[in-house]
Design a protein around this ligand. Structure first.
Ligand code: HEC
Length: 168
């Protein structure tokens, strides 16, 4: 994904096109749309890369569990990677880096309006990923599967449902 290289002026234009398409109003002007005052915070790219890597590791684990002989030499480091990356989240959401602030991101402003709720769901996800690591350490694929479901529901989905742009 080459979001990094998109100049903010194009981001603003695409946001405008999107809004115009949604509202059906032809009279909107680009000036009415929030335009970032400076360069996008570097954390936006860092957090998107971090989430992408989390998604890859999560997929790796699920694929292993679907295979005939799940390989714990693959599952164990992937589980640790997710846990370590989820712990980075608090540093990746600087104030003003929301979609509503005009940036090319799926992070919603409610993240900063509800900091306690956001912190809580992050902690919940970190805890669930630690449980997944513990299950991996037992070498019990079924137990790992249960924790994958728990993390997916109470970590990834719980946060995405509220704090990320709704996915189609
Ligand atoms: C505390 C909240 C939170 C948790 C927990 C969370 N996510 Fe996300 N996720 C987000 C937000 C917010 C974004 C949008 C980031 C952006 O665009 O800046 C996102 C984006 C993503 C993306 C898209 C990355 C990209 O390419 O831009 C993937 C993939 C993803 N998350 C997977 C996961 C998986 C898998 C889990 C669970 C193991 C998870 N997330 C847990 C909040 C969360």
């Amino acid at each position: 994904m080459a979001r990094t290289s998109v100049p903010s002026v194009f981001v603003a234009v695409s946001a405008f096109t999107l809004l115009a398409a949604c509202s059906g109003e032809a009279g909107d002007t680009v000036e009415e749309i929030a335009v970032p005052s400076g360069d996008a915070p570097a954390e936006i790219v860092q957090r998107q890369d971090n989430f992408e890597a989390i998604g890859d590791s999560f997929k790796t684990i699920r694929e292993q569990l679907e295979s005939e002989a799940p390989d714990f030499a693959v599952i164990t480091p992937a589980a640790a990677d997710i846990n370590e990356r989820l712990q980075r989240l608090p540093g990746l959401f600087p104030e003003g880096s929301s979609m509503e602030a005009g940036h090319d991101t799926e992070a919603l402003a409610v993240i900063w309006e509800d900091p306690d709720g956001f912190a809580e769901v992050q902690e919940q996800a970190v805890a669930a990923s630690a449980d997944m690591m513990a299950a991996a350490a037992t070498g019990d694929a079924e137990a790992v599967g249960g924790q994958v479901g728990n993390l997916g529901l109470n970590g990834c989905k719980a946060c995405h449902d509220k704090y990320r742009v709704e996915q189609e």
